[in-house]
Design a protein around this ligand. Sequence first.
Ligand SMILES: NC(=O)c1ccc[n+]([C@@H]2O[C@H](COP(=O)([O-])OP(=O)(O)OC[C@H]3O[C@@H](n4cnc5c(N)ncnc54)[C@H](OP(=O)(O)O)[C@@H]3O)[C@@H](O)[C@H]2O)c1
Length: 337
Amino acid sequence: MSYIASPTRYTEMKYRRCGNSGLLLPVLSLGLWHNFGDLDIRNTYQQLLFKAFDLGITHFDLANNYGPPPGSAETNFGQIINGGLKAYRDELVISTKAGYIMWDGPYGDWGSKKYMVASLDQSLRRMGLEYVDIFYHHRPDPITPLYETMGALDLLVRQGKALYVGISNYPAELAAEAISILRSLGTPCLIHQPKYSMFVRDPEDNLLATLATNGVGCIAFSPLAQGLLTDKYIKGIPEGSRATKAKFLKPEQIDEPKLNAIRALNKMALDRGDSLAQMAINWLLRDERVSSVLIGASGVGQIEEAAMGLKRPSLSLEELEKIDFILNSEDIDCSWW
Ligand SMILES: NC(=O)c1ccc[n+]([C@@H]2O[C@H](COP(=O)([O-])OP(=O)(O)OC[C@H]3O[C@@H](n4cnc5c(N)ncnc54)[C@H](OP(=O)(O)O)[C@@H]3O)[C@@H](O)[C@H]2O)c1
């Protein structure tokens, strides 16, 4: 697996400070939720990682349960990080998470200290790493006291197994509480990872303001609404697309209101010389409170397209209003995932 990173990898990518921390994140990060499991093709996902890094994408995001089967994305990533990418470990920000079901019995899910500590140990073993850069609690646990879950994150930093910690899918009020507990423990919350795209705008209600007030960064996941915010589904559902393969995007969810909005947004993007994917990413980056946009990709061309889009002119106020108008004209329901 011989790989030498491109010497120009830092010439084009932009980096934003993650909240009030010392850590800079690339405005584009790559997630390994899909396309890195045991059912996927090694050569393809290896090229995705190499291409991303060559374009200055220094941040790769995982979770204990990514696959399928769960855990396999970490194992496969580990083989590449300890192969072709080994020389570049100090140039990479690697994150993983725990919070969803991972193993049988009462200690393999949610947010107890027992689960969180064991899960990160397992993730480190699968990836063959001594530490991760960011460890997240993946979703709120309605039963475990928040103090216990945040205490586990603090402990793992003190043990040297994670450099920073974050939370994901926490609503604004609970996020504020978690941030406050972490601060009191002496391990500041680095980052929040919410679902945020043109189709899912909940973070705009209170979350982004809460994070900014507390100096916490924000990385937006599923920025293309799993591929809906591209031209992919305009003429039907192509074989091999996520909607034909994955359980969180089903053909019946690609309904007329969404397609109407997609068509109008696509036309607008083409008129300004962008692809819809590029416009959707730049729309998120219009807000400086968004530290990074966390894309997924099934092919190298998708990463290249996203990176090329960063060179496009920012959206004007008028264009932003037009996007709002298009989105508000349709009854878009993304509550299913
Ligand atoms: N914290 C959480 O709870 C949580 C939940 C979900 C995701 N995440 C994170 O966010 C990351 C990204 O999520 P996501 O994969 O849903 O992101 P996304 O960027 O919204 O969707 C990526 C998918 O869209 C399609 N696509 C991308 N670029 C395209 C283009 N130019 N033209 C046509 N289709 C294109 C591809 O699917 P095809 O296979 O159809 O080509 C690609 O796999 C995940 O990997 C994970 O790290 C976190």
